[in-house]
Design a binder for this molecule. Structure first.
Ligand code: FES
Length: 131
């Protein structure tokens, strides 16, 4: 699948509640997801939070949590060190690498739980749920 086709397609996820495009404060991007164009290395992330669905871009080398907070989402967190699990979410699509993971056991990781404060996306598109 070419980048053009990727950008035209919608993520194949269940529709759950309203969908909004999270943007940086003042950026003024429209809610149409096609207007969110990942640059090389960026990841298009679908974030389910508080029964709503958002789409944000995660810059290369940035964590999912940082991207959420940078886009004004009220994502949960405390330690930002991989210990408290307050930022825990379920990975629904794509792959991530966790820089540290002290708060989850192997079984939880196998079930798809991730610590968003430590997670770096490894695919062009990911989807997670905090709910
Ligand atoms: S904020 Fe504590 S583990 Fe992520």
């Amino acid at each position: 699948m070419g980048l053009f086709n990727f950008l035209k397609g919608k993520p194949k996820l269940p529709e759950t509640g309203k969908q909004k495009s999270a943007t940086k404060a003042g950026a003024g991007l429209p809610e149409n997801e096609a207007e969110i164009t990942p640059k090389t290395g960026e990841t298009l992330a679908t974030i389910m939070l508080n029964s709503q669905t958002f789409r944000v871009l995660v810059p290369a080398g940035d964590t999912i949590l940082n991207a959420c907070l940078g886009n004004g989402l009220d994502a949960p967190f405390m330690c930002e060190a991989g210990v408290c699990t307050t930022c825990r979410a379920t990975l629904l699509q794509g792959k991530v690498t966790m820089m540290a993971c002290y708060g989850l056991n192997d079984e939880e990781v196998k079930k798809g739980y991730i610590l968003t404060c430590q997670s770096l996306p490894q695919t062009a598109e990911i989807a997670i749920s905090y709910d």
